[in-house]
Design a protein around this ligand. Structure first.
Ligand code: HXC
Length: 291
């Protein structure tokens, strides 16, 4: 049994051709968790199209790939703009062939008191997360349906999609919407052989999320303290889960949301969970005295 993530590199979960023959679109695939998933999909034989807002970032992402550079293509598009996205997806399909899978990963978020949010600030997050997920899902879904069906979609939400969270209201509301979309489409598109699932990560260290949400060592330490597993997630761990949910290994799973957070959200509730943060001997000693 391991208590850390150090065995991941030497303990691969999947055959190296687990995703061979698959063509996957990753929104926001040029950085952060989107790039980690892109890297993993390529390692396992998939073709991957990535879209993002920033051409330089997409170029750097591709330059930095160790494997599968001949199976990846990128296009600039803002997921908030359906026309841009549609044309990027068409160009990517010309290059890579038809997409059978989609990862709705593109996100936007910042900390703000809700009374201070401007309408444009609310829009920036909700249109990226909720509308962007719809635009990409509809575009890829229509294409798959026209071609006779068969595919898999994955939406990246987070645990506050169901708990809600102070100071990130637009993100929480949008992620809740994406979770509802996951369950709605899973049922509606099952008839076309399209599975739709979600992943709810807790905090994973990425440049974008850390800069926006945990800018100081104190805020990072505070966040780490809340995680029963005692550490943040490793992007490789999330990428492995994404592979499982996209691949045929999970072909009877649809409409599901899998949490990957080291026990964080459950640990934040539960009347006596805080006792797990004390040294265990101290807790047992206390309990002995209470008898
Ligand atoms: C207050 C802000 C703001 C901030 C933007 N706005 N950032 N308001 N505080 N920090 C407001 C602006 O003032 C403006 O409104 C409006 O939003 C649009 O600003 P733009 O800069 O023009 O927006 P745009 O470039 O379109 O995108 C903004 C953004 C983007 C969506 C926030 O910068 C972004 O995506 N940044 C962070 C990326 C990120 O965090 N990724 C990881 C997410 S992780 P006004 O009225 O002034 O014009 C995640 C999961 C969390 O979401 C899970 C944790 C466990």
């Amino acid at each position: 049994m391991t208590h850390d993530a150090t065995t991941l590199e030497t303990d691969p979960m999947f055959a190296t051709d687990a995703l061979a023959g698959r063509t996957i679109l990753v929104t926001g695939g040029g950085s952060g968790l989107g790039l980690s998933m892109t890297r993993k999909f390529l390692e396992l034989g998939a073709q991957v199209g990535i879209v993002g807002r920033n051409a330089g970032r997409l170029g750097n992402a591709i330059d930095g790939l160790e494997s599968g550079r001949d199976r990846v293509a990128a296009q600039v598009a803002d997921v908030r703009e359906p026309d841009q996205l549609e044309s990027a997806i068409s160009t990517l399909e010309d290059e890579l062939g038809p997409f059978d899978s989609l990862v709705n990963n593109a996100g936007g978020n910042f900390l703000s008191a809700s009374e201070d949010l401007s309408p444009r600030g609310f829009d920036a997050v909700v249109r990226t997360v909720l509308h962007g997920t719809f635009h990409a899902s509809q575009s890829i879904g229509k294409r798959i349906i026209e071609r006779g069906g068969g595919g898999s979609m994955l939406n990246i939400v987070t645990t506050y999609a169901w708990t809600g969270s102070a100071f990130v209201l637009p993100s929480a509301a949008a992620k809740a919407g994406v979770l509802a979309m996951t369950r709605s489409l899973a049922v509606e598109w099952a008839t076309y052989g399209i599975r739709v699932n979600a992943i709810a990560p807790g905090p994973f260290p990425t440049e974008g999320a850390w800069k926006a949400l945990m800018p100081t060592p104190e805020s990072q330490e505070q966040a780490r303290w809340k995680i029963p597993a005692g550490r943040f997630g490793e992007p490789e761990e999330l990428a492995n889960l994404a592979v499982f949910l996209l691949s045929d290994a999970s072909r009877y799973i649809t409409g599901e949301c899998v949490t990957i957070d080291g026990g964080e959200w459950l640990g934040s509730g539960g009347e006596f969970n805080h006792l797990t943060r004390l040294p265990r001997e101290q807790v047992k000693d206390l309990m002995r005295k209470m008898r």
